[in-house]
Design a protein around this ligand. Structure first.
Ligand code: ATP
Ligand code: LTN
Length: 329
């Protein structure tokens, strides 16, 4: 039996290079070795206000991006979170075993809630519990995510262990898979912040669907550090970030990347990095056009059916162990 992976992304905004390098790229690489579940987490998306029409469109667009990235629906199960109602059901159960203090420590809540807990939605606060439900329903062994999700993964592990202790062995305790390079791509406009869909500075993120001119323009404007050397150096976060992007776009080793820019200036470095990004994204942007909405819906329907069967099995086990039975059971 193959081990399982589960991961997901929110159908909000536009996916950027950070989402691809931190997450999607690794999903594609792992899908042969693992039985894979890739979810479009639309219930997570509504933890912040969304325009209904845009959310509907972004949900299908994200499926298109998964497939264009190389996720093969013949090998992997691709589905929409809200199609499998067990996610919301298990989230309720787990929320009854989660402590307020555990959620208060989550840094993403502090960031996305802008530090104002009084005004933030309760769903934003309990977001990591729904994420734990996503993962635990499928008896997931490995969860490929970017660095920013590490804390949420630790909570998922704690909740699984707690339930297993209190009610008997029920859940596989999942491990994170965080790539050694690319787990946290920084904003081009502010290398102290991560590249984000919701960056207020439009030049901070390279979106997967950006055209060549836009990519060149954004890289030209990218913030740099003082000094002139183009080397991997944690103390110079802007150059470190650009060099990481260059490395991942070209597939070169760190030493080859540094050697390529010995004696070269920042202008040259930025131009070459922009060219590498444009070349890298070209075939992806072509593939995005290959899928009609009807193709996508058929894939998502099949995926949801398969996911639901597994999710229901886990939930039935959970309800049974807790003494939750309905009159219809
Ligand atoms: P954003 O902050 O851009 O809105 P998100 O984390 O809220 O992103 P998702 O689309 O759900 O939104 O993220 C999908 C995946 O992308 C997650 O595994 C996340 O860890 C990863 N990811 C997000 N930003 C980065 C980044 N800058 N570098 C590497 N990985 C990232
Ligand atoms: N919280 C994640 C998205 C997400 C997820 C998951 C990732 C929701 N459920 C389960 C991995 C496994 C984010 O990237 N913002």
């Amino acid at each position: 039996m193959k081990k399982r992976i589960f991961s997901g992304a929110q159908p909000t905004g536009n996916l950027h290079l950070g989402n691809y390098l931190g997450a999607l790229k690794n999903w594609v690489a792992l899908q042969d070795e693992y039985e894979s579940f890739f979810c479009i987490v639309n219930l997570h998306a509504v933890t912040l206000p969304q325009d209904p029409q845009v959310l509907r469109q972004k949900t299908l667009d994200l499926a298109r991006i998964y497939l264009a990235s190389g996720i093969d629906p013949e090998k992997s199960t691709v589905f929409i979170q809200s199609d499998v109602s067990e996610h919301a059901e298990l989230a309720w159960i787990l929320s009854c075993t989660t402590r307020m203090g555990e959620l208060e420590r989550m840094t993403q809540f502090k960031d996305k809630g802008k530090g104002n807990a009084e005004r933030a939605g309760v769903g934003l606060f309990t977001y990591p519990v729904l994420m734990a439900a996503d993962i635990l329903l499928y008896q997931t062994h490995l969860v490929p995510v970017g660095q920013d999700q590490k804390q949420h993964l630790e909570l998922s592990r704690d909740l699984a262990e707690r339930f297993n202790r209190d009610f008997g062995e029920t859940f596989v305790v999942p491990e994170p898979f965080i790539p050694p390079v690319g787990a946290r791509i920084q904003s081009l406009a502010d290398p102290a912040k991560k590249m984000s869909k919701s960056d207020e500075n439009a030049n901070g993120a390279i979106f997967l669907m950006d055209d060549a001119d836009t990519i060149v323009k954004k890289l030209k404007k990218a913030v740099t550090d003082s000094g002139t050397e183009i080397k991997f150096d944690e103390t110079r976060p802007a150059i470190n970030n650009l060099l990481t992007i260059y490395q991942l776009m070209t597939g070169k080793t760190a030493a080859e990347c540094e050697a390529n820019f010995v004696g070269k200036g920042y202008g040259h470095f930025k131009t070459e990095t922009a060219e590498a990004v444009v070349e890298f994204l070209k075939p992806f942007q072509e593939r995005v056009k290959n899928y009609t909405d009807e193709d996508l819906k058929a894939i998502l329907r099949t995926g949801a059916e398969k996911a639901k069967t597994i999710a229901r099995e886990t939930l039935t086990d959970v309800y049974g162990k807790m003494g939750i039975v309905g009159a219809l059971n």
